[in-house]
Ligand binder design. Structure first.
Ligand SMILES: [Zn+2]
Ligand SMILES: [Zn+2]
Length: 438
């Protein structure tokens, strides 16, 4: 009887474990799936306007599977107290009461009273345990390595899943700073035997990073094609190219000029504002969908490195498939009620001009930015090869393309659009480039 009873209890335990999302994904034969995540987020640890637990909980409750909180030049470690009154100014008096009401005095640590009262910013390793659920929600340590070159160009680079702070390096120019930062990240990854993702943020913020900068370093492979902050320049303007144009120029220079693999594009929130009254940098605007079997930092980062992910500001894809043999790129869009979709297949053909000329402003003055590669004749960089309506668009390479990528554009508008005329979009990664790189 005892044997049977313990067998029954063993089976019951076994059953419930197998039923858990963490173990379900590790069953032999289970398929990879898409995990939704944001890799660029701010809190009170730097210039965000809420406590890290509040921010983490927002993402955990709003359909995300992973989150990297990437404050400026700081790891969320050690004992750090901040004056409540100072923090409240940033949130217009809205943060502390909500924080205390949500987590209670047993969790919230304060010292002092009145105007001098200080609150402890909880370290990452402590608060992550409140939200992480194996197979459902994962948090990764991160840092926005925030610096500028000697020529005053702003360069912000995210490192995800790092262990130790990386100080922003000094450098004569943007390329120098990107190179030193990526080298430092890769050295740390090697030292700890750990996957660390490094990506260049919002290239058009203060027009800091050009396509030529992004093309120059083959060890740097990731950048933000879309950043949720209003005013970070993603759409470009009359003089400055959009991040979509920058991506195509950088990819063409890399593949045709250097025989290097193309850049891959991420979308992130870069959220700072969490109280609903300021919408410049709110959460929920842009994310990545990463296809992996396991929800672990290593599996997510390796999948991103393989290009098995897409960027989104509102469009969901069920499937992105590229068949190397036939050269066919096909997508399956998950439609939303009342929305229609157009997919642009964009790329560059062999023989496109890769010698740029300076851009000029309305006064005819040269502007130091990404060069202009348009020519009167011949293939152009970032050509639209095809525009396909519907939820199952596909494009088959004809053989003279250096690469092709897809931009899916919905007729739907995001709940909180950031940029002028913004529609919900998804961006897939460039494919078909492997035969053209070393
Ligand atoms: Zn930044
Ligand atoms: Zn940021």
């Amino acid at each position: 009887m005892r044997l049977i009873a313990s067998l029954v209890s063993f089976l019951a335990v076994g059953m419930s474990l197998i039923g858990s999302p963490a173990l379900a994904q590790s069953q032999p034969g289970s398929e990879p799936r898409y995990w939704r995540g944001n890799l660029h987020t701010h809190t009170y640890w730097s210039d965000g306007n809420d406590y890290p637990e509040m921010v983490a909980e927002w993402y955990a409750k709003n359909g995300y599977n992973f989150l990297a909180i990437s404050d400026h030049n700081v790891m969320q470690q050690g004992t750090v107290y901040k004056k409540v009154a100072d923090l409240e100014k940033r949130a217009r008096g809205k943060a502390f009461a909500k924080y205390l009401a949500r987590f209670g005095p047993d969790w919230v640590q304060t010292r002092g009273t009145g105007d001098a009262m200080e609150v402890r910013l909880k370290p990452f390793d402590e608060y992550r345990t409140l939200f992480e659920v194996p197979g459902q929600f994962l948090m990764m340590p991160a840092e926005e390595i925030t610096g500028e070159a000697d020529n005053k160009r702003a360069i912000h680079i995210n490192a995800t899943n790092l262990l130790e702070l990386i100080e922003p390096p000094k450098g004569a120019n943007v390329v120098d700073v990107i190179k030193q930062t990526t080298d430092a990240v890769h050295a740390q990854a090697a030292r700890f035997g750990r996957e660390i993702l490094v990506h260049v943020n919002h290239p058009n913020y203060k027009w800091g990073v050009t396509a030529e900068d992004l093309a120059a370093i083959s060890s740097e492979r990731f950048f933000e094609i879309w950043n949720g902050v209003d005013g970070d320049g993603d759409p470009g303007d009359e003089v400055y190219p959009s991040t979509d144009e920058i991506w195509d120029i950088a990819n063409t220079l890399r593949i045709a000029g250097f025989g290097a693999p193309p850049l891959l594009g991420l979308a992130t929130d870069d959220s700072h504002d969490y109280h609903g009254d300021v919408i410049r940098a709110m959460p929920g605007r842009a994310w990545v969908m990463v296809r992996a079997k396991f929800l672990t930092p290593e599996h997510l980062i390796l999948a991103i490195r393989e290009g098995d992910f897409y960027a989104s500001s509102g469009v969901t894809l069920e499937r992105v498939a590229f068949d190397e043999a036939s050269g066919r790129l096909s997508l399956q869009i998950m439609p939303e009620d009342g929305e229609r979709y157009v997919t642009r297949f964009v790329g560059t053909r062999k023989g496109a001009n890769i010698v740029g000329t300076s851009r000029k402003n309305a006064d005819g003055k040269i502007v130091e930015t990404t060069l202009d590669y348009t020519t009167a004749e011949g293939p152009q960089i970032g050509e639209v090869f095809a525009e396909v309506e519907g939820v199952q668009p596909s494009y088959t390479l004809g053989g003279d393309e250096l690469y092709v990528r897809a931009i899916v554009i919905s007729t739907g508008i995001p709940t909180f659009p950031t940029k002028e005329s913004q529609q919900k979009k998804a961006w897939t990664q460039p494919v078909g480039w492997r035969p053209h790189v070393k």
